[in-house]
Every structure is written in C-alpha cells, then in structure tokens.
Design a protein around this ligand. Structure first.
Ligand code: T5A
Length: 222
C-alpha cells in the first residue's frame, strides 16, 4: 500500500517590510518546479474567522488591545488556522508555506511587548502540542532599511507598523536569538541585498529539504 508522507511546514519570518510576502511567492514557484503540491497561507489569518481576528489586531481603532488580549487573539487565530487549514493540508501530504507563525509571537508579543516567554510557551503547548515548522526562513535586515521599504511602498501603516524603531529592534533581536537557539530549524537569510541575491540564498537553503522529501517519497512508493 502507498503511504502518504506528511507535508512539510515552512514558515517565513522577519520584521516589517523584509520581503516575506515577495519571497513566499518565490518559494511556491520552487515547489511548483519540483512538482510538489503546496498551500500558501499567513498569520494572523488564513481562515475567514482568523482573518477577522487579524483585522481586529491590525486596526488602529479607538480601543487599543491590552498586551495579554493581543497575545490571546494571536493564539485564538492560530488555533482556528491550525485545525481548519494547516493540519489537514499537512496530513494530506501538501506542503504548507506560511507567512509568519509562532516565532512572530515570541518576537512581537515577547520581545516587542514584553510578555514572558513562559506565558507564550504555555499557550504554544496548548494550541500546537508538538507541532512546529520543519523549516523557518528568517529574513533579516537592519530595522531602518526595512522601515524605508515600508515607507516607499506608500501604503497606510497598520497598528504594528506604527511602532517606534526601538520596538522593531527588540523584535529583530528576539528573532535572531530564536534562530541561535534553534539552528536546525532556522535559516537566517540576509534580506538586505538585491532581490535576486536573496532568492539565490533562499533557493540554496531550500534544496536540502526538497531532496530529503524526494527521497522519503521514493521510499514510500510501493
Ligand atoms: N504579528 C503577527 C504579531 O505581532 N504576532 C504574531 O504572532 C503574528 C503572526 C502582520 C502583523 O502582525 C504581527 C506582525 C505584523 O506587524 P503582516 O502584513 O503579515 O502583518 O506583516 P508585515 O511585516 O507588515 O508584512 P509586509 O507586507 O509589510 O512585509 P513583508 O511581507 O516582509 O515585505 P514585502 O514582501 O511586502 O516587501 C516590502 C517591500 O519591499 C520590496 C517589495 O517589493 C515591497 O515593496 N522588497 C525589496 N526591495 C528591495 N530589495 C529586496 N530584496 C526586496 N524584497 C522586497
């Protein structure tokens, strides 16, 4: 009988404007070229309910969410997204490429807002159990250069994008610290170079995972 290997769960992380959305498309093109079925999604969001929570989180409304409220909303959206989209896709052998995931919570709600790592870990365990990404690309660049890209894009800034440089520096530091602690899962990509060079680095970093998947698939053949 043919077994289906679970899909691979890839996440893209980094501060504002480092190129996550741009490079997510690049990664899915690589998967197409390798004949792999994939699903692209994002956090917070990815289902109608979770996208509604995203709107609440990003809006510059009259009432600013309390820091714990913000943290709980991130995980509420994630719980829905995991059960409705991510877990079923992975179980079918589909690769999931997600624009941000729980590392963003450690970086923004932990590093940025100062929520304790222990609190975030408790919620992570509750919502995810043992599930975590197989591979995480951290697109890293200096905060000021990334802010320049966001400004040049010319769109109205959301609630997070309006934060001060010191906040984004704490976010960046937290991401780099997570990458140091999880070297097997993280690949840190220098995002402060021309797009073609960023994508060359991404392609090289993705290759071992693609090859490992292909060989697992061959083992699964009857
Ligand atoms: N959040 C999220 C939390 O606080 N906790 C959490 O747990 C989670 C999951 C979501 C917000 O929610 C917060 C973090 C966020 O603030 P978002 O829209 O997903 O918001 O995140 P943003 O970072 O705001 O997304 P952006 O679209 O602003 O940034 P991207 O996707 O990183 O950047 P991208 O691809 O749009 O590129 C930005 C610009 O730079 C250009 C692009 O063309 C674009 O114009 N660009 C380059 N230019 C030159 N050289 C390169 N190499 C370039 N790469 C891209």
């Amino acid at each position: 009988m043919t077994r289906t290997s679970p899909g691979c769960f890839i996440t893209l992380e980094g501060g504002e404007g480092v190129g996550k959305t741009t490079n997510l498309e690049f990664i899915t093109r690589q998967l197409d070229a390798a004949g792999i079925s994939w699903l692209a999604t994002r956090e917070p969001g990815g289902t109608p309910l979770a996208e509604n929570i995203r709107s609440l989180l990003l809006a510059k409304g009259q009432e600013t969410p309390h820091e714990l409220t913000e943290l709980l909303l991130m995980f509420a959206a994630r719980a829905q997204h995991l059960d409705e989209v991510i877990k079923p896709a992975l179980a079918q052998g589909t690769w999931v490429v997600c624009d941000r995931f729980t590392d963003a919570t450690y970086a923004y709600q932990g590093g940025g807002r100062g929520q304790s790592e222990a609190t975030i870990q408790q919620l992570e365990k509750l919502v995810q159990g043992d599930l975590e990404p197989d591979l995480t690309f951290l697109l890293d660049m200096p905060v000021a250069a990334a802010a320049e890209r966001v400004t040049q894009r010319g769109e109205q800034k959301d609630r997070f994008e309006q934060e001060q440089q010191a906040f984004f520096q704490r976010v960046r530091d937290s991401y780099l610290n997570q990458a140091l602690k999880n070297p097997l899962r993280f690949r840190v990509i220098n995002a402060n170079q021309p797009l073609a060079a960023v994508q060359q680095d991404l392609q090289e970093a993705l290759l071992p995972t693609l090859l490992a998947w292909k060989s697992r698939q061959e083992e699964d053949l009857p």
